[in-house]
Design a protein. Structure first.
Length: 127
């Protein structure tokens, strides 16, 4: 699976929102650093977080077991499975928020916004 990623931290800098339909088009055109925007491949049976790390990315995480939400991402296109989730409330999963530490792609391509731990509603979960 080909993953295109975007750092949540750059959205505010550019005045973008997770709800923007053309968020990834704008990101592609914005000449962002590789840490903030780019692509990598997830092999079969790899979690999204494992694949990001194997590609040299340092994405946030803590427990790696579906209990802390540090690793949360917003899936804006494609499907990411969720084997273990002990923390996300329904209103966030309904928005497409998933845990990258145990989420595995279920589509040929995936667009995700990582670094969501900075979002207020996710930061509150970790208290
Ligand atoms: Fe804790 Fe994924 S690292 S839920």
């Amino acid at each position: 699976t080909e993953v295109t990623y975007l750092n949540y931290a750059v959205l505010a800098d550019h005045g973008w929102s997770l709800d923007d339909d053309d968020l990834f088009e704008k990101a592609a055109a914005a000449d962002l650093d590789e840490v903030d925007y780019g692509q990598f491949t997830v092999e079969d049976e790899q979690s999204l977080l494992d694949a990001a790390e194997a590609s040299g990315h340092a994405w946030p995480f803590a427990c790696r077991g579906g209990a802390c939400a540090n690793c949360a991402v917003a899936v804006t296109d494609g499907e990411l499975s969720q084997l273990v989730d002990h923390i996300l409330p329904d209103e966030l999963t309904d928005e497409g928020i998933r845990l990258s530490c145990n989420g595995k792609p279920e589509s040929d391509s995936l667009e995700v916004v990582y670094n969501l731990e900075q979002r207020d509603d996710l930061a509150d979960l970790k208290l």
